[in-house]
Design a protein around this ligand. Sequence first.
Ligand code: SAM
Length: 276
Amino acid sequence: MTDVLDGVRDHYRATGLTERLKTALMAFGPEKQRLMPQQLAALDQFHTRGLAATAELARLAGIAADMSVLDVGSGVGGPARFLAATHGCRVTGVDLSEPFVDAARYLTERTGQGERVSFETASALDLPFDDGHFDVVLLQHVAMNISDRARLYREIRRVLKAGGRFAIYDVVLNDGEPHYPVPWARTPATSFLLTAAATREAIEPAGFRNVAWRDDTEAAKGWIAELRASGPPPSPNLGVVMGPDFAQLAANLGRNLMEGRVGILSAVFEAASVNT
Ligand SMILES: C[S@@+](CC[C@H](N)C(=O)[O-])C[C@H]1O[C@@H](n2cnc3c(N)ncnc32)[C@H](O)[C@@H]1O
C-alpha cells in the first residue's frame, strides 16, 4: 500500500511547481494582479475535457451555495476554485501531493478565494475529517490511482452526510490494455483502472445508491479530435504542472480513447442512511 502511494506521489512530485507557476503566470500580469479562476483553466483542470467537465459534473451533482464540498484528489485546485466561484459553495480540497497542495494554495491566493477554498495534504484513504461532515464529495480523475477501492469509497461515505452526493468523473477500462505513459501514471504499477460496471459494483456496497450515470466517452473522443486539430492550449498549460513529457502522456490518453481501450464515466451517487 505504502509502495503504491509513494509511486503515485512520485508521479505527481512536481518539484518547484509553485515557483514555476509564478514565472508562467507573469503572462497574465504582475504578481499582485488578481486572476479569475477561469483564466487558469488550461493549467488547473487536470482531467479530460477540462473546465467543461467540471461544470457538467457540478450540475449533475446539484451543487448549491449553502453546501460544503470536499474535492478528493484536488490537484492544483482548479475544480475547487471554479465550484466556489460559480456556485458560491465552500470547498475543501485534499491531495496526496504536497507540491500540488502548495501550488493550489498559491493559485487560490492569486484568485482571492482564500475565505471559501482551502487545501490539505492527505490521502483519500484516510481523510482528516469527522463523520458526516460534507454535503457533496467530488472525485475527478483520481480513482485510477487507487488500488483499494473498497476503502476509498467507505472513507468517502464516512465523511458524507446521509443523503449527501458523491460525484465521480473517472477514466474506466474498456477493451484492451492501455498504452503507457498516461497523464495519471507513467507505468502500469500505479494505474488501477476498473470497468464502468466494476466501478459501480465497488461503490454501491459502501452505502451508496446511483442517481445519475453517463457514459462520456464519445464527448471525450470529440474533445481529443479537436485538440489534435488545434494543438495543445497555449502556455501556461498543464505542461507547467507535469513537465516536458506531458504532451506524450496526453497523446497516449487520446490514443487509448480513440482505440476503445479506455472510456470516460460521469456518475452521481446518494449516500444512504447508515444501517440501511
Ligand atoms: C489527474 S489529477 C486530477 C486532479 C483534480 N481532481 C483535477 O481534476 O484537476 C489526480 C490527482 O489525484 C491525486 N491522488 C492520487 N491518489 C491519491 C490519494 N490516494 N489520495 C489523495 N490524492 C490522490 C494526485 O496527487 C493528483 O493530484
